[in-house]
Design a binder for this molecule. Structure first.
Ligand SMILES: Cc1cc2nc3c(=O)[nH]c(=O)nc-3n(C[C@H](O)[C@H](O)[C@H](O)COP(=O)(O)O)c2cc1C
Length: 164
């Protein structure tokens, strides 16, 4: 069995989770930045990871999934700035299940990831109370993903691999 861990990451949070998943996977395996992945050919199991950006999963990620997932075993992992239990998390993970509908979707892992300072500053200074509130809420994510999240990602990887 051959596994691919493909990730999109701008500030390293999703990459950290990708590396934890990759470490835990047994058998033949590759880890790649999503910009070097054009399809899932040759893999029996694919983990795809992404940050949430502008209240969505970025298009490069959803396109890669919807165009290549047919008949493939796929799991998803995601980092976001909102705290655990935040309402929108379900809609983001739900949207991935829709994009992956033609494949064998095995599950999602999600955790908080520290918001980049420049985005925080932009939101705080935006003059938009909603954006300011979002920035303030993200402060609880300083230092995330931490060791606990990394450990949970490892357990997720093991559980998913056990399903294939
Ligand atoms: C431009 C931009 C937009 C973002 N929009 C959201 C958002 O809508 N919701 C959210 O929870 N986090 C948002 N974030 C925070 C990231 O999802 C979070 O910090 C993530 O861990 C970043 O992952 P990375 O380090 O792998 O790029 C945004 C970050 C950036 C840079």
């Amino acid at each position: 069995m051959k596994t691919l861990v493909a990730y999109f990451s701008q500030t390293g949070n999703t990459k950290k989770i990708a590396e934890a998943i990759f470490d835990e996977i047994t058998g033949e395996k590759d880890i790649k930045d999503i910009k070097y992945v054009s399809n899932f050919d040759g893999y029996d199991l694919i983990f795809v990871g992404s940050p949430v950006m502008e209240f969505n999963i970025p298009k490069n990620v959803t396109n890669l999934i919807s165009e290549n997932v047919a008949d493939k075993n796929m799991a998803f992992f995601m980092t976001h700035a909102v705290p655990e239990g935040f309402e929108s998390i379900k809609s983001w993970t739900g949207s991935i299940e829709d994009f992956a509908a033609s494949g064998n979707f095995l599950g999602t892992f999600e955790c908080q990831g520290e918001l980049a300072q420049h985005v925080y500053d932009m939101l705080i200074n935006s003059g938009n109370p909603e954006m300011k509130g979002f920035a303030e809420m993200s402060l609880a994510g300083k230092g995330q993903p931490d060791e606990t999240s990394v450990q949970k990602a490892r357990e997720f990887a093991k559980e998913i691999q056990g399903k294939v």
